[in-house]
Design a protein around this ligand. Structure first.
Ligand SMILES: [Ca+2]
Ligand SMILES: [Ca+2]
Ligand SMILES: [Ca+2]
Ligand SMILES: [Ca+2]
Length: 341
């Protein structure tokens, strides 16, 4: 005896002995029906040849079905059932009666609720055929799976966004800044619903993103922190490999150019002139002057030296750490010679 579970497209057998196979109607994966053979041996051979094209013991139901009628899932059928009402079909297991109903006479299974693959991807059910009067089994109980078929109903999401990153100014073209990743809750093993590509919506022409990896790189050489130190990029991830009709999500990436010491200190004047009375005590501060540096932090820290013009060593200069000024002070008495009359 055989006991067939017949799906909308896939018709599959639970156990199929070589002899007494009487319920044919198998469709191959490309949808073309297998023609029944009168010779059981030839039928079995044909089935064996086709077997690799079949998904066994599975039904497929499209998720998020919004129709008003219950969704047809498939059919149980035992060849003990001669259509005279003596066989009753019973469904047990995951979601039996709460989600899946079976017509006990015809074996037709329907889903009565909208299914969400991202909540539950498959249901394991058990099929039974019993004598409608005595409830005695006429077939051994068999397990099968209803797999929830994915639709593209989830957009890619940047779970770690928004991002912040830094890259040194003046970096060569193509320097990696940061990698962003979007996840898509749809089925990664089926179709393109979870296949994401990245693109840059805002941030051209300074930065680019690799479509497959989400790696962000510099797209211009010689970006100068002293001209502009921050960029806010918008990166988009789109499923369906970026094709029309795909769903998308986006995130921002704030990129800060970090400082490189590419600016020398500059004095605001070519020369400074100060006068000092010979009577001032030693040591005394004579003058303070300040050079500026467009860089920041340690790249703008000053250290002043006298390099020329004070051979006798009358003056010295120190650096005021707080203000970054050069403090010139008198370290020896100034003895101005009195002009002879
Ligand atoms: Ca998706
Ligand atoms: Ca989905
Ligand atoms: Ca700099
Ligand atoms: Ca500098």
């Amino acid at each position: 005896m055989s006991f067939l579970i017949c799906g909308a497209v896939w018709l599959l057998t639970v156990h199929l002995p070589r002899e007494n196979v009487s319920c044919w109607g198998l469709r191959s994966a490309d949808g073309s029906p297998e023609r029944p053979h009168s010779d059981p041996k030839r039928s079995w051979d044909a089935l064996q040849r086709q077997k690799r094209n079949w998904v066994w013991n599975q039904f497929f139901v499209l998720e998020e079905y919004t129709g008003t009628d219950p969704l047809y899932v498939g059919k149980l059928h035992s060849d003990v059932d001669k259509g005279d009402g003596n066989v009753k079909y019973v469904l047990t297991g995951d979601g039996a009666s709460s989600i899946f109903t079976i017509d006990e006479k015809t074996g037709d299974i329907h889903a009565t609720k909208r299914l969400d693959r991202e909540e539950q991807g498959y249901y394991t059910l058990r099929a039974q055929a019993v004598d409608s009067k005595t409830n005695a089994p006429v077939e051994a109980e068999s397990e099968f799976i209803v797999k929830v078929q994915d639709i593209n109903d989830n957009e890619p999401k940047f779970l770690n966004g928004p991002y912040t990153a830094g890259v040194p100014e003046m970096s060569p073209l193509g320097t990696m800044v940061v990698q962003v990743t979007a996840t898509d809750a749809d089925d990664p093993t089926y179709g393109n619903s979870a296949r994401v590509v990245y693109s840059i919506i805002h941030g051209h022409p300074y930065f680019s993103v690799e479509p497959k990896t989400g790696i962000i790189r510099t797209a211009l050489p010689n970006m100068d922190r002293e001209t502009r130190d921050q960029y806010v990029l918008i990166i988009q991830a789109k499923d369906m490999v970026g094709q029309m009709g795909g769903l998308s999500g986006s995130t921002s990436v704030t990129v800060t150019l970090t400082d490189v010491n590419d600016n020398p200190p500059r004095f605001s004047r070519k020369s400074y002139q100060y006068s000092v009375l010979e009577s001032v005590p030693v040591p005394s501060v004579v003058a303070k002057l300040k050079a500026t540096d467009a860089d920041i932090d340690s790249n703008a820290e000053m250290d002043y030296h006298i390099i020329d013009g004070d051979a006798p060593g009358v003056f010295n200069v120190t650096t005021d750490e707080e203000t970054q000024e050069g403090v010139i002070f008198l370290q020896r008495g100034v003895n101005v010679p009195v002009p002879t009359p």
